[in-house]
Design a protein around this ligand. Structure first.
Ligand SMILES: *Cc1c(COP(=O)(O)O)cnc(C)c1O
Length: 398
């Protein structure tokens, strides 16, 4: 009986709206890309997709997906361990392991599932998870689903991590340090060299979520283990096919083979959720083949990121330093961030302003995400629009 709860939900929804926290969805009528079309008819430059390598509508991936539809069909109608594993699923898993220099890989429907199902199968109440305070929601949920003792350290704060490791060592059988490779709001990269040293000192494993990092960070996009020259030293890496790697759907966990083997036996989102569709797998295989051929896309993305950040700093914006493709343009004031994003859209630049509770209070910002799909003229147009609107709103440093 849908009775009193209807009024309750209506009230809650209007509370969300009044607090200015209601998430409206803008409707795009074109494929994802640097230039997109909205249902208002507006054509804008997109600076808020996770389309870091510009592969979301890449002809090679579109063709690979179409070809696999013909050769392997549309759906699997099964989980992996019953009859949901095709040759292509095994091929993709092997290619992911090769890319990261790991031993084995397990696919999931999404990285959210990979993170949700990674801890509970391998850790118990005797063990400890030491987690960065800014880790992704899916990691937080995954930790909640596991009985291990929980320790939390301040974002990328190595002194605090060490303190937590000492504390955890008093009681825990096994310890694991868990961090995002790139944190999505500041774009900062986790200090993996220091984390690795602490892991060795305190006999802890490491798990890194590479969703915003893989394909992007490191000279050839192999992620934080490339950037910090610790390839093969991270025990568990989770990632997505939904960002740099084509922007479709799919997640994975890659790492030590016994861990992956145990996840195949006991990871609930793997055991009780459908197999990844063949088209996504086919495009994934093509994408990793592209990555093995050349790192041109990374070169372009890194050039674009450096160029954009330098120019934005030069005109007087307050930019958070980062080695990722995320550029946080700090505005501090929530209302200002919304006004600025709206004015930028009028100028044909699609960006999003973030404020509390998505980011800490008084640290509102516009997050710009660079892509290899951006051409220099796109960047110049965005910089000009930012400069114009920034001047109007008085946010440029003198
Ligand atoms: C996007 C993201 C996820 C979720 O990835 P999906 O494949 O879309 O579920 C998980 N962790 C981090 C850090 C992310 O940025």
């Amino acid at each position: 009986m849908y009775g009193k709860i209807k009024d309750h939900l209506t009230q809650e929804l209007s509370n969300i709206k009044e607090a200015g926290l209601f998430k409206a969805e803008r409707i795009i009528t074109s494929p994802q890309g640097a230039e997109i079309k909205l249902n208002t008819g507006a054509e804008v430059l997109n600076f808020c997709a996770n389309n870091y390598l510009g592969l979301s509508n890449h002809p090679r991936l579109v063709k690979a997906a179409k070809d696999i539809l013909d050769s392997h069909g549309f759906g699997m109608s099964s989980v992996r361990f019953i009859c949901g594993t095709q040759d292509i699923h095994k091929t993709l898993e092997a290619k992911i392991a090769e890319f990261f220099g790991t031993e084995d890989t397990i696919l999931y429907a999404a990285a959210f599932d990979a993170n949700g199902g990674v801890f509970e199968p391998i850790l118990t109440a005797e063990d400890a998870i030491i987690s960065d305070s800014l880790n992704h929601a899916s990691i937080i949920d995954g930790v909640r689903l596991c009985k291990a003792q929980r320790f939390r350290y301040e974002n990328a704060d190595m002194e605090d991590l060490e303190k937590q490791l000492i504390e955890a060592s008093k009681t825990a059988r096994f310890k694991i340090i868990v961090t995002d490779g790139v944190f999505s709001m500041d774009g900062n990269v986790a200090p993996m060299d220091k984390i690795n040293a602490l892991a060795k000192k305190y006999d802890a494993m490491i798990m890194v979520d590479e969703c915003h990092s893989a394909g992007v960070v490191g000279k050839t996009g192999r992620g934080v283990t490339e950037l910090f020259n610790i390839r093969g030293e991270v025990d568990i890496i989770t990632g997505t096919l939904g960002k740099a790697f084509g922007g479709g759907i799919g997640g994975f966990t890659t790492g030590k083979k016994e861990i992956i083997e145990m996840l195949r036996q006991r990871s609930r989102p793997y055991l009780f959720s459908n197999s990844l569709i063949p088209a996504a797998v086919g495009a994934g295989i093509e994408m990793f083949d592209m990555m093995a051929e050349t790192s041109e896309l990374q070169d372009k993305l890194h050039w674009n990121t450096d160029y954009f950040m330098e120019k934005m700093k030069a005109v007087g914006f307050d930019i958070k330093p980062s080695k990722s493709a995320i550029c946080a343009v700090m505005l501090y004031d929530a209302k200002l961030s919304q006004e600025m994003a709206s004015k930028l859209l009028d100028e044909g630049i699609y960006v999003i302003g973030f404020y509390y509770p998505v980011v800490p209070k008084d640290l509102a910002r516009i997050r710009v995400q660079l892509s290899a799909a951006h051409e220099k003229e796109h960047l110049d147009k965005a910089i000009a629009a930012f400069t114009k609107v920034g001047k109007e709103l008085g946010v440029l440093k003198k």
